[in-house]
Ligand binder design. Structure first.
Ligand SMILES: Cc1cc2nc3c(=O)[nH]c(=O)nc-3n(C[C@H](O)[C@H](O)[C@H](O)COP(=O)(O)OP(=O)(O)OC[C@H]3O[C@@H](n4cnc5c(N)ncnc54)[C@H](O)[C@@H]3O)c2cc1C
Length: 485
């Protein structure tokens, strides 16, 4: 049997920095990854980070502090996040961003900036690289290679964790995990470690688990191997969940051209008002509007979607003038692209009449007609009594008419393993495992986002907690060495 100082499960946004830090502090570290390559969500994520007080922000002359970041988070989530975890993440965020900076991270030149895809912070404190998550992976991969060369780190890809074994004894009265079983390229391998860190991501690639825990049908942009394995295995040992009931979808994704239940993130609609004033209306399957389309904050629309549209499906409806004159609705598409893709690309429809459009798109025809009549009257008088919309540029009256089918999408899962502030997994009976940790999305997005979505507040806490847990373990190991006879 292998024995390691620390076993880290999952080589993604949280597991990679954890492994780098653990090995560089001298711990014999094993990193196991289910996928055939490392990176997890870093292959798709935007990789936005947020940090108050990072060096780059200071150089740009932006005044900011930890307290402002905490206050902004509080205002956006309405206090629905885990205050203790957010405080740790925010207090160490600048250090994490500076560490990336020290290690050659390529920042996109426009960063730090205010990002409007999520409720905006008061100052520019979001950072990312030109290649999104891949820019982070570029740095992590190099540092991982260095630690592998040092002999302190071993990485097993294509090697999923398949079992966790509860320890027969306790450590200082706390339950412990004794060993893990890893399917190393098809062979069951038992691994013992002084500590096990679950960095297995969320479960937004498992539709059944997602519906059972988050309570919504899944349309996902998550990494395909993020199927909640760490969560399920820890639950077998009595681990509790946190963050249930707080899921918030990201606003709008077109159906994937070939794969049901997934979105194509590259073809995402831009439905954020500060970036693009909406010429369209949003309707549900009955043809009814359900939100003020020009709401300032995307948060208002995301919350309305979960509250008003249980299946999270909605259509944007516009006419030919809206197609020509509004800023194009989908990233990378021109107005001409919309016309060409209509009735060809999944989820994009056009027709000569509203009734025909509704039938083709799957919306109730009388319902849609009544809504458009009402909306056009609101445009004529310059007042939208139904929802208080203020941007009323033109009626929806010029054929052909267009509909784009959208679904609220899961970029991440909100429920996760309950942990204490040091990321040790907590059981349902309140006891905390002495040597089992959950970091990154495995601890649930709601820990840092509450019932909201904050710029950079999954990627940054994943890195922060990855490094802090490794330091905590290294410190404990050195203390044990000091007292050893
Ligand atoms: C399209 C998209 C855009 C996003 N944009 C942002 C953003 O800009 N900013 C932000 O903060 N957040 C963003 N997020 C969310 C954020 O990227 C993720 O929540 C975060 O990267 C997850 O990190 P992680 O390490 O917890 O999981 P991952 O990076 O997914 O890593 C988990 C790893 O565990 C592995 N694994 C799973 N099960 C096992 C097992 N049994 N054994 C071994 N390994 C296993 C997986 O294969 C995977 O490699 C975005 C997400 C998506 C999908």
């Amino acid at each position: 049997m292998n024995h390691w100082d620390v076993l880290i499960v999952g080589a993604g946004n949280a597991g990679l920095p954890c492994a780098i830090e653990a090995a560089s502090l001298g711990l014999r570290t094993l990193l196991v990854e289910k996928d055939v390559r490392i990176g997890g969500c870093l292959h798709t994520t935007g990789g936005h980070l947020s940090a108050a007080g990072a060096r780059r922000q200071q150089i740009a002359g932006i005044d900011d502090c930890v307290q402002w970041h905490l206050d902004d988070i509080d205002a956006i989530t309405g206090g629905t996040h885990r205050d203790d975890i957010v405080r740790v993440a925010v207090e160490h965020a600048a250090e994490a961003v500076d560490w990336l900076d020290d290690n050659g991270f390529r920042f996109a030149p426009e960063t730090p900036r205010i990002v409007y895809g999520h409720p905006p912070y008061r100052v520019a404190r979001s950072y990312y690289g030109p290649d999104g998550g891949l820019s982070l992976l570029e740095v992590f991969s190099r540092l991982i290679d260095e630690q592998v060369s040092s002999g302190r780190l071993e990485v097993w890809t294509d090697s999923p964790l398949i079992d966790l074994e509860a320890g027969p004894s306790t450590i200082n009265g706390q339950p412990q995990v004794a060993a893990a079983t890893v399917l190393r390229r098809g062979t069951e391998t038992r691994v013992a470690a002084d500590a096990i860190v679950l960095a297995t991501g969320g479960f937004a690639a498992d539709a059944d688990l997602f519906e059972a825990i988050e309570g919504f049908p899944l349309v996902s942009a998550a990494h395909p191997t993020d199927t909640g394995d760490g969560l399920v295995l820890a639950q077998h040992l009595g681990a509790a969940l946190q963050g249930e009931g707080k899921f918030l979808p990201t606003f709008g994704g077109l159906p994937h051209p070939t794969t049901p239940g997934r979105v194509q993130w590259e073809d995402r609609p831009v439905l954020t008002t500060p970036e693009r004033a909406p010429w369209e209306i949003y309707v549900d399957a009955s043809g009814h509007r359900w939100v003020r389309e020009d709401a300032e904050s995307i948060d208002t629309k995301e919350r309305a979607l979960v509250d008003q549209v249980p299946d999270l499906v909605f259509w944007t409806i516009f006419d030919d003038r809206g197609r020509r004159e509004s800023v194009p609705m989908v990233v990378g598409w021109s107005p001409q692209d919309i016309a060409e893709k209509a009735n060809d690309r999944a989820g994009v429809y056009s027709a000569a009449s509203i009734a025909e459009l509704a039938r083709t798109a799957g919306i109730d025809p009388p319902g849609l007609q009544a809504t458009i009549d009402q909306y056009n009257r609101a445009v004529a008088v310059g007042r939208d009594d139904a929802f208080g919309r203020e941007f009323l540029p033109a009626p929806i009256a010029e054929p052909p008419f267009f509909a784009m089918r959208n679904h609220g999408i899961a970029l991440l899962t909100y429920a996760g393993l309950d942990v204490d502030v040091t990321a040790r997994v907590r059981r349902s009976d309140g006891q905390v495992f002495a040597n089992l940790f959950a970091i990154g999305e495995a601890m649930g997005g709601a820990a840092t986002h509450g019932h909201a979505i904050l710029s950079g507040m999954t990627c940054t806490p994943a890195i922060v907690y990855g490094r802090l847990v490794a330091r905590d373990l290294a410190q404990k190991a050195s203390k044990q060495q000091a007292v050893a006879p």
